[in-house]
Design a protein. Structure first.
Length: 262
């Protein structure tokens, strides 16, 4: 049963909502709508948009490939080091993105902890490349996949998995034929959240991959660059990112992760 909001909560609730909504309203109000089609059709903007879609999609696919096993371990395993695994997995959520970018440079740079081995063995250099932008987005988006999928796996009725085991289904078959289909809504939610987070990533990308047009300049980086010289274009590009965020929230509403009223 839902309760009425106490009177003493009304004022802080209203202030909080206004605080969150005012920047969005200002962004929509100040947008030069008549220039939207022209700017989105321009070469640099199309390049940044295309690159953003490619890198965020690649980061999302990798996040799901790595995140689903991690989520399964956190939801099902009884490892002694499970708390440490969870802390490491969730660290990018609380780490400042720029710090994450610096950490990626020290780990995967040409002289980094792992990067020097990649460079020497495979000739693979990640910083300031498109692949580096994907890695930066993956770093910040992966926890969203893990958290969401883990919640979905925990909600799966274990009795169904046990019933499949009694019918002769092995661990691999139970995972693909029982657990994954039942957790499908959480998989979709995790992918959507990963994609939105990767698309909006700025700090780790500019630190690890740089801001190179056509190679690493994603849409958020283009917004920052345009803000210096053409603020109206920055507003339009910001609206594109805002639209993506709203679409994700609407898609996730209630049906996937319990956001909003059912």
């Amino acid at each position: 049963m839902r309760e009425r909001v106490p009177v003493w909560l009304v004022v802080p609730v209203v202030i909080g909502l206004v605080f969150l909504l005012a920047p969005v309203v200002a962004l929509v109000q100040r947008a030069p709508w008549s220039e939207l089609g022209h700017e989105l059709a321009s070469g640099p903007v199309r390049t940044a948009l295309r690159l953003s879609l490619v890198t965020s999609l690649a980061a999302t696919v990798l996040a799901m490939v790595l995140g689903v096993p991690l989520a399964w371990v956190l939801a099902r395993s009884e490892w002694r080091l499970l708390r440490l695994v969870r802390a490491v997995t969730l660290l990018p959520l609380v780490l400042p993105p720029v710090v994450g970018g610096v950490a990626l440079l020290l780990a995967l740079g040409s002289r980094g902890l792992i990067g020097q081995w990649l460079d020497r063995t495979f000739g693979l250099t990640l910083p300031f490349t498109t692949a580096g932008a994907v890695v930066a987005e993956l770093f910040v988006a992966l926890p969203f996949a893990v958290v969401t999928v883990e919640a979905g796996l925990r909600a799966v009725d274990r009795r169904l998995e046990e019933a499949a085991a009694t019918l002769g289904a092995g661990p691999w078959r139970r995972f693909w034929r029982v657990s994954m289909p039942l957790a499908a809504p959480s998989l979709a939610a995790g992918a959507a959240l990963c994609g939105a987070r990767a698309l909006g990533e700025f700090g780790a990308t500019i630190t690890f991959a740089g801001n190179l047009p056509g190679r690493t300049q994603t849409l958020p980086l283009a917004v920052y660059l345009e803000l210096q010289t053409r603020p109206e274009v920055a507003v339009l590009l910001s609206l594109v990112l805002l639209t993506v965020s709203v679409v994700v929230l609407v898609a996730l509403r209630g049906r996937w992760v319990g956001l909003g009223r059912p």
